[in-house]
Ligand binder design. Structure first.
Ligand SMILES: [Fe+2]
Length: 225
């Protein structure tokens, strides 16, 4: 869990630093900002500050426009990074706002939808996620080790569009869970302005974004160990 500086914050799992960096952003300064809160990770893509800008019709959330459904980052790794920052250079003109949900609230959603039996399935180490093509090693498709969606420590690991389910029943459960999360009435919605930085826990919060089509939207993400 990240340890946020002691300031007013709407959640212990994330914080926005308004106008913390000058624009246009310098990727090295974005990395330095992130390094205040953890060790900068470069394992996917070989760089710390990864541009989040629409450049492809299909690909990862960082390469395309459109919505990003609620997820945690690097869910396809055995050990995802524990936090990340998002630094905004240019917000989209037509959406692309950040959506956030604490893991504890996600668990409440699951409890109300599926009851004890459903929670037990989500806590079972039986879920896998396909590694995004852009991060394949030697061009080989890869799948994560089996892991639970809800950890015993209150953490969450989640993404719907690359999940690999063992059975059709598991898939139905996953789809219903994804829909229920996004119907939850208490999602936090944040719009980052130029120079703003969002720091977010990646174990105890889910994040996503609203749809957008503006090709000029540009943010940088740094994952932190
Ligand atoms: Fe993400």
């Amino acid at each position: 869990m990240i340890h946020l500086p002691e300031h007013e914050t709407a959640s212990a799992m994330w914080r926005v630093f308004p106008r913390a960096l000058k624009v246009p952003l310098d990727p090295r300064e974005v990395e330095e900002f992130g390094a205040q809160f953890g060790t900068v990770s470069t394992r996917d893509g070989g760089r710390g500050a990864w541009p989040i800008a629409p450049s492809k019709v299909s690909g990862t959330f960082s390469e395309t426009s459109g919505e990003a459904r609620l997820h945690t980052d690097a869910q396809y790794h055995e050990q995802p990074e524990s936090a990340f920052i998002l630094a905004c250079e240019r917000p989209a003109l037509d959406g692309g706002d950040n959506l956030l949900l604490e893991a504890a609230d996600a668990r409440r959603v699951a409890e109300s939808c599926f009851g004890t039996d459903g929670i037990a399935l989500l806590e079972a180490a039986q879920w896998c996620w396909t590694v995004p093509k852009v991060f394949y090693v030697n061009g080989n498709p890869q799948v994560s080790p089996e892991a639970p969606i809800f950890g015993r420590d209150g953490s969450v690991r989640w993404r719907i569009d690359n999940i690999r389910c063992r059975t059709a029943q598991d898939r139905d459960l996953a789809i219903e869970f994804a829909d229920a999360l996004e119907s939850y009435g208490r999602l936090t919605r944040l719009r980052l302005e130029p120079g703003d930085v969002l720091l977010c826990d990646n174990y105890y919060a889910l994040h996503g974004r609203t749809p957008f089509s503006d090709p000029k939207r540009l943010l940088y993400r740094v994952r932190l160990v």
